[in-house]
Structures are given as structure tokens and as C-alpha cells.
Write a protein that binds this ligand. Structure first.
Ligand code: ZN
Length: 146
């Protein structure tokens, strides 16, 4: 199997079997964004426990890349402190601008599958949609805390 088709497999798997899809009752923060270029709609919400993201979910609809990226994002930041999650968002967005190498942002290394999207600039917004929602959630949660 080529690396490219392996990446496609990972993206399709997350698209067909999204992790952490749904709503978070009593969430600490939630944000919704759209990507009109592609018609993707995204909502991300999380709940904090001991200053960590205890539960994070996404909902919405859209293309395989937007949904798969959201699914991977929830896996990557669940259990993180707000500061650690913020760091992952910054790193991911920098990678999607081609400013740095894809490093292991998550234990599974699956996010690297999104690297292929860089070849299609118009799809980058699909991949970053959920992460921009998360960034807004982190802003909102940061304001409420301390
Ligand atoms: Zn899309």
C-alpha cells in the first residue's frame, strides 16, 4: 500500500466512523463555524474537569476532510490542559500553512494523513475548520477561568 492510499484509508475511516461525534451536555465552551467554499458546517464543544478537556465532541456535516480532521482533532486534544490544546492548534495551523513539518501531534500519528491536503490549497480550509472552532472554544474557556 502506498503512503498516499494509507493516508486516504485513515481519512475515510474517520469520516465513516467519526470519533467523539455529538453534543456535550453542560459544555464549558462551544463554537460553530462554516466553510462556505465547500459547504462544511462544524460545531465543537468541550467540558472541563480539573482544568483538562475531559470530553470534547464535534457535530455538523461536510466533506470527508472536514469531518475526518474534526474526528482526529477531538482524539488529539482530549485529556489535554487548555494550554496544551492551544499549542496543538497553533502547531496544526502552522503545518497546514506549510510553515513547519508535520510532527507527532497525537500518539497515533494519524494527523499526518492530512498532509496530503496541502497539495490542494482550496481544501485546507476544510481541514482547519474544526481547529478554528476549537481555538474559539479555548478563547471562551480561558476568559471564564481564573
Ligand atoms: Zn470541505
Amino acid at each position: 500500500m502506498s503512503l498516499e492510499s494509507l493516508y486516504q484509508e485513515i481519512i475515510l475511516d474517520h469520516y465513516k466512523h467519526p470519533r467523539n461525534f455529538g453534543e456535550v451536555p453542560g459544555c464549558a465552551a462551544a463554537a460553530e463555524h462554516e466553510n462556505p467554499l465547500c459547504g462544511d458546517q462544524m460545531r465543537v464543544a468541550f467540558r472541563l474537569e480539573d482544568e483538562r478537556i475531559a470530553e470534547i465532541k464535534f457535530s455538523g456535516k461536510g466533506c470527508a476532510i472536514s469531518q475526518a480532521s474534526a474526528s482526529m482533532m477531538t482524539e488529539a486534544v482530549r485529556g489535554c490542559t487548555l494550554a496544551a490544546a492551544r499549542e496543538k492548534v497553533t502547531d496544526f495551523l502552522a503545518m497546514m500553512r506549510g510553515e513547519r513539518e508535520f510532527a507527532a501531534l497525537d500518539e497515533t500519528g494519524e494527523l499526518e494523513a492530512l498532509k496530503g491536503v496541502l497539495q490542494f490549497p482550496v481544501r485546507v480550509k476544510c481541514a482547519t475548520l474544526a481547529w478554528n472552532c476549537l481555538a474559539h472554544c479555548l478563547d471562551a474557556a480561558g476568559k471564564d477561568g481564573s
